[in-house]
Design a protein around this ligand. Structure first.
Ligand code: S3P
Length: 428
């Protein structure tokens, strides 16, 4: 399916933000590790998350939907699944499930789609092997976990990956030995927060996380906040389409996920936060962006983990900013659902933007954007959504060659964008 975004605006209103993807995977998996019934409200019902729900069922866990976004997980014993676990397009699902299964000591084969099968799994496999788990296969999927962990680990998480950190922590629940993960730059800490909310002792000392004595989970009521990575598309659109003002309500404002909102502010955008409050150990609130002049800025490698999934849309905002934007430390972008560094450079250039890749940095000269291109997404949801947002503010429409994959993270993207007045439609 191809989608086209036409110059639109002004955009206005409240954006229907779906549940956070990272929290949704974790709520299902941690619920499955708890003894008893966990209830989840506001679960993101996207393809990635549904693949994790199906995987947990294959491990013998009862996972039931009882209303829109409302799910029940009855955790307890896990068993080895009969066939391979299909993680679809999801790196989070694959890596967290590998860790959880290794902690439970159940063997399983893990597989994924073509994109996931190209992504590095050695970064999870190696620490789990240090913990005594046994694998068959290489450093990419398909992989077979033969047996689970038997000992602890002190893991240095480089590059700072929340997925790897989470896999080690979930595996560590299956051993009584010391388990710690240290990282150079903090990655998202939702696993630590949710484990603590479910009764596990998690000790945090600067950038180091340690599992304490109590490693069993109690079932809980888990509300899922809005996904800042999905909200970013509407916030960016409001920042670049003249006359716009849009609000993304109830968005997760964890500091490790707020880099994009801070980046918009640094670029001079008119951003306001309201109703900031706590929820399940996380911080949430409403984010409002009003159109106004925006300026190029420099972003360093240390800032990237807090906006790792928002770099494609940040690059689009930079294309409309006055002056140069330089975003450094983007090597990890090459290992996402696609090589996002190269695809963003190609897509922006096709839309007439002056852009170059300088080692692992993206350098963009902003201003007027022509648009008027069909962009190749290589099946990457965020590359597709970012270029569609570009098309709303460009001089000419922008088409993306494959938009079906948007359903992996944001199945209601089109309706949500239309809800604030964006002209995004299917090409027939
Ligand atoms: C995620 C962590 C990030 C992010 C991904 C979701 C998570 O990946 O890009 O979309 O839920 O833990 P890495 O941990 O590999 O950086």
């Amino acid at each position: 399916m191809k989608l086209v975004a036409r110059p639109s605006g002004p955009l206005a209103g409240r954006f229907a933000v779906p549940g956070d993807k990272s929290l949704s995977h974790r709520a299902l998996i941690l619920g499955a590790l708890a003894e008893g019934e966990t209830v989840i409200a506001g679960l993101l019902e996207s393809e990635d998350v549904l693949a994790t729900a199906a995987a947990l069922r294959a491990f013998g866990v009862r996972v039931e939907r009882f209303g829109p976004g409302r799910w029940r997980v009855i955790g307890g014993a896990w068993r080895s699944p009969e066939g391979p676990i299909d993680c679809g397009n999801s790196g989070t699902g694959a890596r967290l499930l590998m860790g959880a299964a290794a902690g439970r000591g159940v063997g399983a084969s893990f597989a994924g789609d073509a994109s996931l099968s190209r992504r590095p799994m050695g970064r999870v496999r190696r620490p789990l092997e240090t913990m005594g788990a046994v694998f068959e296969g290489g450093d990419t999927l398909p992989l077979r976990l033969v047996s689970g962990v038997t000992r602890g680990i002190a893991h240095l998480n480089v590059p700072a990956s929340a997925q790897v950190k989470s896999a080690v922590l979930l595996a560590g629940l299956g051993t009584g030995e010391p388990v710690e993960v240290a990282e150079p730059v903090p990655s998202r800490d939702h696993t630590e927060i949710m484990l603590a909310a479910m009764g596990v002792n998690v000790e945090r000392d600067g950038a180091t996380v340690r599992l304490g004595e109590r490693r069993s989970l109690s079932p809980a009521l888990l509300p899922i906040a809005g996904d800042p990575s999905s909200a970013a598309f509407a916030l960016a659109a409001a920042a670049i389409v003249p006359g716009s003002e849009a609000t993304a309500p109830d968005v997760l404002l964890n500091p490790n996920r707020s880099g994009f909102v801070m980046a918009l502010q640094r670029m001079g955008a008119d951003v306001a936060l309201a109703n900031v409050r706590g929820q399940g150990g996380e911080t949430i609130g409403d984010v409002r962006v009003r159109h106004g002049p925006i300026f190029g800025a420099e972003f360093t490698a240390e800032e990237i983990p807090s906006m790792i999934d928002e770099i494609p849309i940040l690059a689009v905002v930079a294309a409309f900013a006055r002056g140069e934007t330089r975003i450094e430390g983007l090597d990890e972008l090459r290992h996402k659902e696609s090589d996002r560094l190269s695809l963003m450079a190609h897509g922006l250039a096709a839309c007439g933007v002056d852009v170059r890749v300088d080692d692992d940095a993206l350098v963009i000269q902003g201003g007027q954007v022509r648009g008027g291109a069909e962009v190749s997404t290589e099946g990457d949801h965020r590359i597709a959504m970012a270029h569609l947002v570009l098309g709303l503010a460009a001089e000419q429409p922008v088409m993306v060659d494959e938009a079906g994959m948007i359903a992996t993270s944001f199945p209601t993207f089109r309706e949500a964008m239309r809800g604030i007045g964006a002209d995004v439609s299917e090409v027939r």
